[in-house]
Structures are given as structure tokens and as C-alpha cells.
Design a protein around this ligand. Sequence first.
Ligand SMILES: Cc1cc2nc3c(=O)[nH]c(=O)nc-3n(C[C@H](O)[C@H](O)[C@H](O)COP(=O)(O)OP(=O)(O)OC[C@H]3O[C@@H](n4cnc5c(N)ncnc54)[C@H](O)[C@@H]3O)c2cc1C
Length: 54
Amino acid sequence: MDAIPAPDLPVAVIGAGPIGLPAAAQLVERGLRPAVFEKPVVPVAASACCQSAA
Ligand SMILES: Cc1cc2nc3c(=O)[nH]c(=O)nc-3n(C[C@H](O)[C@H](O)[C@H](O)COP(=O)(O)OP(=O)(O)OC[C@H]3O[C@@H](n4cnc5c(N)ncnc54)[C@H](O)[C@@H]3O)c2cc1C
């Protein structure tokens, strides 16, 4: 792949899924330092499965 221009700007990758992480890795291989943002994990309350039927 051709070298990508590396403007002196910050690079962000939104989402650390199967596309985002390899994209970030390729940016690092090209000398960039991307910031990877992943949305926080929100604990799911076990309300739906544990309510009594009464
Ligand atoms: C039911 C199902 C089964 C599948 N089975 C297969 C399979 O067997 N084989 C296969 O190759 N593909 C399968 N796929 C497709 C595969 O899951 C997708 O192609 C792949 O996950 C896409 O990767 P992605 O990184 O683009 O998106 P995602 O995997 O959706 O990753 C996006 C990331 O961004 C994060 N994100 C979302 N919003 C924000 C935000 N606002 N800020 C920060 N981070 C955020 C998410 O938490 C997530 O980690 C399946 C998909 C589904 C729905």
C-alpha cells in the first residue's frame, strides 16, 4: 500500500472492534499514533431474568 500522508494532526479510531483495531495497528505500522476510543462497558442489571412470577 502506498504511504499515506501524515499531516501533523491527531488521529482517532472510534471503536475497538474487528475493523477498528487492525486499522489502528496499520496506522501504527505507518508511524502514526492513533487514539483508540471504545465505548464504556455498561453492566446490565439482571432484572429481566430474575423477577419473581408472583
Ligand atoms: C449476529 C451476528 C453474527 C455475525 N457472525 C459473523 C461471523 O460468523 N463471521 C464474520 O466474519 N462476521 C460475522 N458478523 C459480522 C461481524 O460481526 C462484523 O462484520 C464486524 O464485527 C464488524 O466489525 P466493526 O469493527 O466494523 O464493528 P463492530 O464489531 O460493531 O465494532 C464496533 C466497535 O465500536 C464500538 N463503539 C460503538 N459505538 C461507539 C462509540 N460511540 N464510541 C466508541 N466506541 C463505540 C463498539 O463497542 C464496538 O467495539 C456477524 C454479525 C452479527 C450481528
